[in-house]
Design a binder for this molecule. Structure first.
Ligand code: ACM
Length: 690
């Protein structure tokens, strides 16, 4: 790998001489995923209305469509009114422009060549790729390269050689717990393409709903979806839309557990007598298909044959997770079957079930994927293991000869920070796998489970953090500077809005709803320093929130990376180490803003009782901001001379207030308590010691 001439670390600026105009303030590039090789040069290419895009070689409809979308996005940013309307076979290379050269049409399949080379100088732009899919990846890089100065927009002179580290870079969307309509899927496919992801995994069935139309067994979507499902025409449209962006679509039908929706439609396939109704809570439930009933295989084969034809990708996901086997244990007929067939436990029974399905699906040309529970002795070696319970599962699968993808550590529904996901590597440095075993690690997938996610909030639960995961799966392992990742993520995040993603704007929609139409600034100030409770703690027991509960609350507006807290925490770290005056000034500005905020929140809370649940949280923010200000002022010397005993009792009270500020409010938590505690502690140590 070569990382040449580019500042990967924030703050280092590249010396750029455009030769067109002197650059007063050269800008650091904000590429994500960061390419394998970057060589930035002097000069750049100016964009003008006569900018044209032309193709040569083996261009096809996918490339013409992608290049035309590129042109419109670029024009949308620059307002240059490009004269070119479409990119087609007859587009000629103009005086000023981009030439895209490809050797062959790509196929949207695993292991397709996605590499590209990009060369920009002051005469023009050359994008070369083996396939049109590689060219689409290069066009996204090109859009991230656009810079501006007083004279207009330009692309800096650069040479990039790029190809992915892993061939499987996925996003899993759970459309079962909360159905996600077409527009959500489409805008997220656009977001995926923007960060070079190439697999959309649709989790189509679960206890809460069956989300695809079946013509063979219409009772599935008719009885088990409450009317919210994709028609087969819509599935075809999703596949077309994804294909146009070089993205595969892998369907998941979760069996034999997570099966309430299956048995709502077909109670006779369950391992215990029904009737069944769709689940409204979150968690792991008992309804499980009966693997000893031939009718189960008859229905599964009929339905899977239909779905195998509907979804062209060779990979087919059968779930397999979290089957606790309670209904199996309690069913005498199933127990007798296990005894007769020498199946020692529920794992062996599930493997018996899996292998019957797998052999059927293999005849239909499919390779089967399952969550890591399916990895049991005797599982067919053709299966792919999706590791979610621990990274060891991934290594074990690879060592045992299975191909595998990593999801453990990429659970974006748990609302951990981008940095946590970013450093989670499918093949970390120092891993003990052999070269052959490493090749079996295909990549990873970020799952957005939708128990607490609606079409309004899903984008903010996926983006921008998924861009950091996309980089982990595309870029060289050595691209791992967290601070620089966040710098680039901020840029990518706002650019994703160009594709209709609503992760930023819907926060304001939610805050306006909460403020009852009043100005939202105080709420914004508060939401910027909190994060929703992480992991499964927001919804204890899985039944505080039902599928039909409101997801329009303060916690839904909060994001996993509280932006003001991130800034403040960095400042405090800097200040404690350096006592830097500018850091001190900004810390005080933040603290003053927070100190005043509760007084601004109070009238809002009076008018919007829905905000009652964050009244304490809001008061805590202002209270600890006061502590922070006292600490800042006292370390400047205003408290010097105060008696040590008084000071100790102040510190004890401060610690109690800080402890209180760690309590959740409205299912969110303040993220600046530790930093303020550090300010208080360093203050408490100085006068006492002096
Ligand atoms: C899973 O999270 N149950 C795969």
């Amino acid at each position: 790998m070569k990382l040449k001439g580019i500042a990967l670390t924030a703050g280092i600026l590249i010396s750029l001489n455009l030769g067109i105009a002197a650059q007063q303030q050269p800008q650091t590039l904000s590429l994500m995923p960061y390419p394998a090789q970057v060589d930035q040069q002097q000069g750049g290419f100016r964009l003008a209305p006569d900018f044209t895009v032309a193709t040569s070689g083996a261009a096809d409809e996918r490339l013409y469509g992608g290049a035309t979308r590129f042109l419109r996005r670029l024009d949308g940013r620059t307002g240059l009114f490009f004269t070119q309307e479409h990119v087609t076979a007859s587009s000629k290379q103009g005086q000023q422009g981009l030439l895209i050269k490809t050797s062959r049409p790509g196929e949207v399949k695993l292991d397709e060549d996605e590499s590209y080379r990009l060369k920009v100088d002051n005469k023009g732009i050359l994008l070369e790729a083996e396939t049109d899919i590689g060219a689409l990846r290069g066009l996204e890089t090109l859009l991230q390269l656009v810079l501006a100065d007083e004279q207009g927009y330009y692309i800096p002179a650069i040479e990039i050689q790029d190809s992915p580290r892993f061939p499987w870079r996925g996003l899993m969307i759970d459309v079962a717990r909360h159905f996600q309509p077409m527009e959500v899927i489409k805008r997220n496919l656009d977001g995926m393409a923007a960060v070079k992801m190439n697999v959309l995994h649709l989790h189509l069935t679960d206890d809460q709903g069956f989300r695809v139309e079946s013509k063979v067994y219409p009772q599935f979507h008719e009885k088990a979806s409450e009317g919210e499902y994709f028609t087969q025409e819509q599935i075809k449209e999703i596949i077309r839309y994804a294909d146009a962006r070089g993205i595969r679509v892998v369907p998941e039908f979760d069996v034999p557990g997570h099966a309430t929706s299956w048995v709502v439609a077909f109670p006779e396939l369950a391992s215990a007598p029904g009737p069944y109704t769709l689940e409204n809570n979150s968690g792991v439930f008992d309804p499980t298909l009966d693997p000893t009933n031939e009718k189960t295989y008859e229905v599964l084969q009929g339905f899977f044959a239909e779905m195998a034809a509907l979804f062209p990708d060779p990979y087919f996901h059968i779930g397999g997770d979290e089957n606790e086997g309670k209904q199996w244990d309690a069913n005498a007929k199933i127990q007798a079957f296990m005894k007769k067939n020498k199946l020692a436990d529920n794992h062996e029974l599930q493997t018996y079930f899996n292998n019957r399905i797998i052999s059927f699906l293999e005849k239909k040309g499919k390779k089967v994927i399952g969550w890591d529970e399916i990895l049991q002795p005797n599982l067919s070696k053709s299966s792919v293991i999706q590791s979610w319970r621990g990274a060891e599962g991934l290594a074990q699968a690879a060592k045992q000869g299975y191909t595998t993808i990593l999801s453990n550590g990429y659970y974006i529904d748990l609302l951990h920070r981008a940095s946590d996901h970013y450093l989670n590597d499918p093949l970390p440095a120092g891993n003990t796998l052999t070269a052959e075993e490493r090749k079996r690690v295909l990549g990873g997938e970020a799952p957005i489970w939708s128990e607490l996610v609606t079409p309004t909030t899903i984008d903010s639960r996926i983006w921008p953090r998924t861009a950091a995961i996309a980089e982990r799966l595309w870029s060289p392992r050595e691209v791992n500077d967290v601070e620089d990742m966040y710098r680039r993520l901020d840029y990518i995040s706002f650019r994703l809005e160009e594709l209709g993603l609503q992760h930023k704007r819907n926060q304001q929609v939610l805050l306006r709803n909460l403020s009852n139409g009043k100005p939202i600034e105080p709420l914004q100030t508060l939401v910027d320093v909190v994060e929703p409770m992480k992991g499964y703690t927001r919804n204890p027991g899985g039944n505080t929130y039902k599928t039909y509960s409101p997801y329009t609350l303060f916690a839904d507006a909060a994001t996993a990376d509280a932006p003001a807290a991130r800034r403040f925490n960095t400042l405090v770290e800097d200040y404690i180490q350096t006592k830097d005056g500018a850091a001190r000034k900004e810390i005080i500005q933040w603290l003053e803003k927070w100190q005043e905020n509760h007084a601004l929140m109070e009238p809002l809370i009076v008018q919007s009782p829905v905000l009652k649940s964050i009244e304490g949280l809001s008061a805590n923010l202002s209270n600890i901001a006061i502590l922070g200000l006292q600490a800042m002022n006292s370390s400047k010397g205003t408290m010097a001379g105060k008696k040590a005993a008084d000071h100790a009792s102040d510190t004890k009270q401060a610690m109690e207030q800080l402890e209180k500020a760690r309590e959740q409010g409205g299912r969110t938590e303040l993220q600046i308590v530790d930093a303020i505690e550090k300010l208080v502690m360093q203050d408490s140590s100085s006068p006492v010691g002096g």
